[in-house]
Design a protein around this ligand. Sequence first.
Ligand code: PLP
Length: 390
Amino acid sequence: MSSRVFDYIAAEQRRQQENIELIASENFVSENVMKAVGSCLTNKYAEGYPTERTSGNRGRYYGGCEVVNELEEYCCDKWREVFSTDYHVNVQPHSGSSANQAAYFSVLKPGDTILSMDLSNGGHLTHGSAVNFSGKIFNFVFYNVTDRGFIDYDDLRTKAQTYRPQLILAGASAYSRIIDFAAVGGIAKSVNAYFMVDMAHIAGLVAAGAHPSPFGIADIVTTTTHKTLRGTRGGLIFCRKELANKIDAGVFPCCQGGPLEHIIAGKAVTAEEACSPEFHAYIRQVVKNTKAMCDEFIRLGYEIVTGGTDNHLFLIDFTRTHPHLSGKDVQDALDRVHITLNKNCVPNETRSPKQTSGVRIGCAAMTTRGWKEVDAVACAKIIDEIIRSL
Ligand code: PLP
């Protein structure tokens, strides 16, 4: 251990152990996930896919793939088990962004129209932001949220009929309510658009039955594996079987080269864990903790976007209650006392994304550390004291 890098790793480990972690997209992985992603599988090149069972895109371009072939098939099988689905799954995307990129390229041409939720209303960069590949290559139109921050399904239907998109996307990075996949899927069908769900944030809840599942409704489902799924950093794409070859070609060779087999091993361990009753109990506790913390903020007089939460996160909007404070002010003040969260835009945001008028709070990571409702409530009180001192 002579490399300077190990000093950085030790310092980051200390930071993670000493901080209260409230970033809604973060979590703490198990020792087994760590072991898998730190394994010799990082040495292996394996461009292509494990079998040539289906025509077209499958088969490997390198020798020596007999072990990783089995591993990758096993990983796919476990992910289908996690979500009780028979959809095709591609476990190679390096991240959630790569998964979305490959999914778009699989079924769309540059310039095609996608109807999605804007970043400022809770969507993700890859859902059409002008600074992202998505907004540069495809023609995005956006559905709105209501004044209280709920998805406006009427606006979604109207925009679908007006713009006739090739793809409608549901899913978000900062949305605290159940998403009605059946409603969006019905609208997509009515305008003959593909229906894609990016469940990156809520995938752990879907796995545990704490959020309705998009399987059976969506044509394509993308996710990350590192948020509520509590696994290694990475992405997955699920699709209806008839889209399998398109999706596989969209990942490799369209958007990626060699798969990261050590990460695929980490994803397989993550899937094993996500099938367990312990994981389902963990997710139920995440939802309880998040609601308890959110309710305490409401009791303390804060304004919550949509007035509450159904999942692992919520957003505080300071616009009316603390007009002198930006989300960045609060994030910085909490950083000084080792409470980590992120500033976040709120509906009808008036400040820049670097300042924002709100913060996003999630309980997935601290629930892994053993939090119960009482801890979440105590933390809300501490955050309130700090905010009142600003
Ligand atoms: N999709 C959603 C909804 C997300 O929230 C995120 C990440 O925050 C991503 C995609 C992208 O994931 P990654 O950071 O792994 O590229």
